[in-house]
Design a protein around this ligand. Structure first.
Ligand SMILES: Nc1nc2c(c(=O)[nH]1)N[C@H]1C(S)=C(S)[C@@H](COP(=O)(O)OP(=O)(O)OC[C@H]3O[C@@H](n4cnc5c(=O)[nH]c(N)nc54)[C@H](O)[C@@H]3O)O[C@H]1N2
Ligand SMILES: Nc1nc2c(c(=O)[nH]1)N[C@H]1C(S)=C(S)[C@@H](COP(=O)(O)OP(=O)(O)OC[C@H]3O[C@@H](n4cnc5c(=O)[nH]c(N)nc54)[C@H](O)[C@@H]3O)O[C@H]1N2
Ligand code: SF4
Ligand SMILES: [Mo]
Length: 729
C-alpha cells in the first residue's frame, strides 16, 4: 500500500490479488487500485502473479486492460428500459417488479417453456450466473435453457455418447511425446481440450514440452501461431477433416500401428471402421483435402509410432461440416492407439477440485446412444435437449414458430445473440418478435439495443468468484478464489440476481446443491457460491482462506477396471460408416449447404480468434480494438491478386444464405481459397457507422436450416462456402 499525491487530493494505491475473467483462462493477477479521498476506486495496473503455481505470471493484453474494461465511459452504470425513441434509465427494483409481472403473465398464458434463458460466455465464466439461471429454470419447470456451448463445440459432449468414454482420460500434453491438435490455436485462444496444449501459461508449457522432444502435429488451414511450432503442419482444406482423419486412420491400419492388446480388451467396431475408411487412400486425401499424400502417411507414422499423446480438437472441425464425425474420428484415433491413462498411472487432477469426488478407473463407460435423444424435443429439425440444455441454433426458430411450446420471453445473460448466434437475419427477426427480452450486460451491446430491459451488470473485478469451467482441465488440481476487488460504481447487478429478484416476486424457491434460495431471503454472492459448491472436494472456505494453490493431496492413481465390467468403446457405432460413405460421395464439404454452387462458391470462410478481443467483448475499448483494426478478411496474397483487390481493399463475401462486406488483409499464413475471419464483430444489420469501425459479423453468412449436424444441430459456422467480389480495389 502506498500514498501518492495526485492533484491536490490524497490518493492511496493498494494491490489486491484476484484472477482475470476477461476470458475463461482465469490467470492469477495483482490489481493495483487507487482509492481517492471520496472512496472512489480506479484500477491503475494489472500484473500476473509471478509465483502462482499454475500461471507463473502469465497474462495477455486483454487481462492487462481489465481496468479500461471496467472504467470505459460507455459502460452501463444503471439499468435501462425501452422507451419511445430509445431507452430511459430505470431503478433495478422497479425493473424487476415490471419484469416479474410480465414473466408471470407470459408463464400463465403460454406455460413454463415460453420463458427461455440464453447464457453467453460472460455467464459461463462466472461461477454464480449459469448455475442459478439453470436452477431457476428447474424450479419453474422450463426446459428452455440455452447456452453458448451448443453453438461452440456441442460434439464434445455428444460424440462421447456414441463412442463411449475412458474414465481415466486421455494422455496429458506435458507428459507426452506427441500430440495432434486439430483446428485449435491455444496460443491465441488460451483454449484447449484435454490432450492439447494447456491453456495456462501456454507458450512456456509448449516450449518446455517441445524441448523434451515432443513431435507436434497441427491440422489447420492457417499457419497459426501454434502451427509455427509444429513438426508437421497439415494445411488442410477447410471442412475436409473427416477425409483427412479417415485417411490417417486407414494408414494406422495399413502400418499396423493399432494397440491390439488394448483394443482386444476394450474396443469394438475395429473391422467396421477399417472397412469404412478403406476408400480414403493417401492419394484420395491429397485430392480432396489438399494435404500431400506423403504427409498423410507421415502423420500416421509419427503419431502412431510414438507411445504417449492424444488427438485434441478445437472450434475448427467442430464448426465445420460433419462436426460429429470429425469429433468421433479424433476420439477413435486415441482409442485405436490406446492413448489413455492406465491402472497405476498418476492423475494429478482427478476431475477438478470444485466437483464431488468420483471414480478414476482404467475402463470405459460404454456408449449411451439413447442419451442423445432422451432430452426435450425441439420443435424444429428433430433436435433434442442434451445435458439439460436446448440447442441455441434452434432458439430463433422456437421464438418465431407459433404454437404450443413457443418462446415468448427471453433472458440473455452475458451474451450477444445479434452478432454471435448463427444466421443474423433470422436472429434479429426473432428477437424483435419477443414479448419480453431482458439482457444483463455491462454494455449497450448490439443485442441490448433490441431488448425491453437492460440490467446493468457488474464486471469481474466487482464480484467474488472461483474458476469454473476450467477446474477439471488444470494439469494439477488447483483452486483459486477472489473476493470483489473493486467497488462497483452505479447501480449494478450480478447475473444471478435477475433470477433471485424475479423468483422473490413470483414466490419461487431456487434449489442449489447446498440448499435453497428462498423467495425474498437475503443472500449475497458468497452465500450463493457456498450453495453451489457445497459438495466440492476442497471446501470453499479452505479455498477462501488459502488463495491460489495446487492440491497434491488430491492426486491419485488410476484404479483397475471393475472386474465385472462389460463396457466397450465403440469406434464404429451406428451412423459412422454411413456418414463416411456420404463424405466420400461429396466432392467438397461445401455441398451440404442448400444453394451451394461449386462454380461460384469456391472460397471457404473459416473462423479464427483474435488476441485483443474476446468474441464481441473488448472491441468497445478503443485501446484493444485499434490493435486488431477491424474484422479483416485474411486472404492469401495470390487470391487477392486473382480477385483484383489490393491489401486494404473491400470485398463482398456472399454465401448462399447472406452477404457481408469486409476489408481484406494480405496474409500469406492463410491457405489459398480460404478467408479467415473472426466472429461477433459488426452490429445490428445496417446500423449506421458500424461497418467502417467494427466490420461485419460472419453470422450473417450462416444457414441454420441446412448442413447442420443432425444430432447436435451445430450449423456450418466454419468452412462456409462463399463467393467474393471486389467492391473497391
Ligand atoms: N460465425 C461464428 N459465430 C460464432 C462463433 C464463430 O466462431 N463463428 N463462435 C461461437 C462461440 S464458440 C461462442 S462461445 C459464441 C459466443 O456468443 P456470446 O457469448 O453470445 O457472445 P459474446 O460476445 O461472448 O457475449 C458477451 C457479452 O457479455 C457482455 N459482458 C462482458 N462481461 C460481462 C459480465 O461480466 N457480465 C455480463 N452480464 N455481461 C458481460 C459483453 O458486453 C457481451 O455483450 O459465439 C458463437 N458464434
Ligand atoms: N483472444 C481470444 N481468446 C478466445 C476467444 C476470443 O474471441 N479471443 N474466444 C473463446 C471461445 S468462445 C472459444 S470457443 C475458444 C476457441 O478456441 P480455438 O478453438 O482455439 O479457436 P481459434 O483460435 O479460432 O482456433 C480455431 C482454429 O481452427 C481453424 N479452422 C477453421 N476451420 C477449420 C477446419 O475446417 N478444419 C480445421 N482443421 N481447422 C479449422 C482456424 O484456422 C483456427 O486456427 O477460444 C476462446 N478464447
Ligand atoms: S488469457 Fe488474458 S484474458 Fe484470459 S484470463 Fe488470462 S489474462 Fe485474462
Ligand atoms: Mo466459445
Amino acid at each position: 500500500m502506498g500514498v501518492a499525491m495526485t492533484g491536490e487530493r490524497a490518493q492511496q494505491t493498494e494491490t489486491r490479488r484476484s484472477f482475470c475473467r476477461f476470458c475463461h483462462a482465469g490467470c492469477a493477477i495483482d490489481v493495483d487500485v487507487a482509492v481517492d479521498a471520496d472512496g472512489r476506486e480506479r484500477v491503475t495496473g494489472v500484473r500476473g502473479v509471478q509465483d502462482d503455481p499454475m500461471y507463473a505470471g502469465y497474462t495477455c493484453v486483454k487481462g492487462r486492460h481489465l481496468g479500461d474494461q471496467h472504467h470505459h465511459e460507455g459502460r452501463l452504470r444503471q439499468s435501462m428500459v425501452r422507451a419511445p425513441g430509445g431507452f430511459d434509465p430505470i431503478a433495478g427494483a422497479l425493473a424487476f417488479d415490471q419484469i416479474a409481472d410480465r414473466v408471470a403473465r407470459v408463464l400463465e398464458r403460454h406455460g413454463a417453456r415460453s420463458l427461455a434463458t440464453y447464457c453467453g460466455t460472460a455467464a459461463y465464466q462466472n461461477a454464480t450466473g449459469l448455475p442459478v439461471a439453470k436452477a431457476f429454470h428447474q424450479a419453474i419447470g422450463s426446459t428452455s435453457f440455452y447456452t453458448s456451448s451448443s453453438i461452440d463445440q456441442p460434439a464434445k459432449g455428444a460424440a462421447p455418447l456414441r463412442h463411449g468414454v475412458w474414465l481415466a482420460g486421455v494422455h496429458d500434453f506435458e507428459t507426452s511425446d506427441t500430440a495432434m491438435v486439430i483446428g485449435c490455436n491455444t496460443l491465441v485462444s488460451t483454449y484447449s481440450y484435454p490432450g492439447g496444449v494447456p491453456s495456462y501459461n501456454p507458450l512456456v508449457r509448449l516450449r518446455a514440452t517441445k524441448a523434451r522432444g515432443m513431435y507436434l502435429i497441427v491440422i489447420d488451414p492457417r499457419r497459426t501461431e501454434l502451427a509455427a511450432y509444429a513438426d508437421l503442419h497439415l494445411q488442410v482444406r477447410p471442412g475436409e477433416d473427416p477425409t483427412l482423419l479417415a485417411g490417417i486412420i486407414r494408414q494406422l491400419f495399413v502400418d499396423d500401428l493399432i494397440d491390439r492388446e488394448f483394443c482386444d480388451r476394450w474396443v469394438t467396431g475395429l473391422d467396421e471402421l477399417a472397412a469404412a475408411v478403406d476408400p480414403f487412400t493417401p492419394e484420395y486425401v491429397e485430392r480432396r483435402a489438399g494435404v500431400p499424400a506423403a504427409d498423410v502417411i507421415e502423420a500416421a507414422r509419427q503419431f502412431g509410432g510414438r507411445r504417449r499423446g492424444a488427438v485434441s480438437t478445437g472450434t475448427g472441425p467442430n464448426m465445420a461440416p460433419h462436426s460429429m464425425l470429425s469429433e468421433h474420428l479424433s476420439m477413435a484415433i486415441n482409442t485405436l492407439l490406446g492413448r489413455y491413462h492406465r491402472a497405476g498411472d498418476a492423475i494429478e487432477n482427478p476431475g477438478g477440485s470444485m466437483t464431488p469426488p468420483g471414480p478414476v478407473r482404467a475402463q470405459p463407460v460404454g456408449p449411451n446412444i439413447e442419451g442423445l435423444t432422451k432430452g426435450t424435443a425441439a420443435r424444429v429439425r428433430n433436435l433434442h435437449s442434451f445435458r439439460g440444455e436446448a440447442n441455441t441454433s434452434a432458439l430463433a426458430d422456437e421464438i418465431l414458430l407459433e404454437g404450443e411450446g413457443q418462446v415468448h420471453a427471453l433472458f440473455t445473460l452475458g451474451g450477444n445473440p445479434v452478432v454471435a448466434w448463427p444466421d443474423q437475419r433470422k436472429t434479429v427477426q426473432a428477437l424483435e418478435q419477443l414479448d419480453l427480452h431482458v439482457v444483463v450486460d455491462a454494455n449497450m451491446s448490439a443485442t441490448a439495443k433490441t431488448a425491453h430491459y437492460v440490467i446493468a451488470s457488474t464486471l469481474s473485478l466487482e464480484r467474488p468468484d472461483v474458476p469454473t469451467t476450467i477446474d477439471r482441465w488444470f494439469p494439477q488440481a488447483y483452486t483459486n478464489y477472489t473476493p470483489a476487488v473493486l467497488r462497483a460504481e452505479g447501480e449494478l447487478w450480478q447475473e444471478w440476481q435477475l433470477y433471485s429478484e424475479v423468483a422473490a416476486r413470483l414466490g419461487v424457491t431456487i434449489t442449489l446443491p447446498g440448499g435453497t434460495i428462498d423467495p425474498g431471503a437475503p443472500v449475497d454472492a458468497d452465500d450463493v457460491l457456498d450453495l453451489i459448491y457445497a459438495n466440492a472436494k476442497v471446501p470453499l472456505d479452505d479455498v477462501r482462506a488459502h488463495g491460489a494453490r495446487v492440491h497434491p493431496e488430491l492426486a491419485t492413481v488410476v484404479a483397475p477396471a471393475d472386474p465385472g465390467t462389460t463396457a466397450r468403446l465403440d469406434v464404429a457405432p451406428d451412423g459412422i460408416a454411413d456418414e463416411l460413405a456420404q463424405v466420400f460421395l461429396e466432392t467438397t464439404s461445401g455441398s451440404v449447404i442448400a444453394g451451394f454452387d461449386p462454380e461460384r462458391h469456391t472460397y471457404r470462410v473459416t473462423s479464427r480468434r483474435l488476441k485483443s478481443v474476446f468474441n464481441s467483448s473488448g472491441r468497445e475499448l478503443e485501446v484493444l480494438r485499434s490493435r486488431e483494426g477491424t474484422n479483416f478478411a485474411h486472404m492469401h496474397p495470390d487470391d487477392l491478386l486473382a480477385a483484383g483487390v489490393a491489401d486494404g481493399g473491400t470485398i463482398e463475401v456472399a454465401s448462399p444464405r447472406g452477404a457481408i462486406r469486409a476489408v481484406v488483409k494480405s496474409s500469406p499464413d492463410v491457405r489459398q481459397g480460404v478467408i479467415s475471419m473472426a466472429h461477433a464483430w459488426g452490429g445490428l444489420p445496417d446500423e449506421p457507422g458500424v461497418l467502417s469501425e467494427f466490420g461485419s459479423t460472419t453470422s450473417a453468412l450462416i444457414d441454420v436450416d441446412s448442413g447442420y449436424d443432425p444430432i447436435t444441430g451445430m450449423p456450418v459456422m466454419s468452412a462456409i462456402p462463399v463467393e467474393i467480389r471486389a467492391v473497391t480495389a
